[in-house]
Ligand binder design. Sequence first.
Ligand code: ZN
Length: 119
Amino acid sequence: MKKECIECGELFTGRSDAKFCSPHCRSNHNNRQNRDFNNFMRNINNILRKNRRILADLNPNGKARIHRDKLMEQGFKFSYFTNEYVTKSGRVYRFCYDQGYIETEDNYYTLVVRQEYVE
Ligand SMILES: [Zn+2]
């Protein structure tokens, strides 16, 4: 039975589980997947670093009160953060590395800096 190579589209004869017509196509395919994944990781790392920089720039003294719009203006992406810290009373701090924030009221955020590593 002829199969279609998922890399180049050529028809080839091979085992029922074969996906590539040649080792060359297999390695091209795998290299591209790795590259795509590396790009994906790089993009996320860049977003996290940018988020961190925005927080640090707005919080030069270790504590600041900032409106959500100010963060949005700078391109802050709320869905990306490195970790959360939940206090005993259930309030959630979100961090981008050492720079953190917590929503207070009316779309205002208190920015904080983490001094030590917290699990
Ligand atoms: Zn091929």
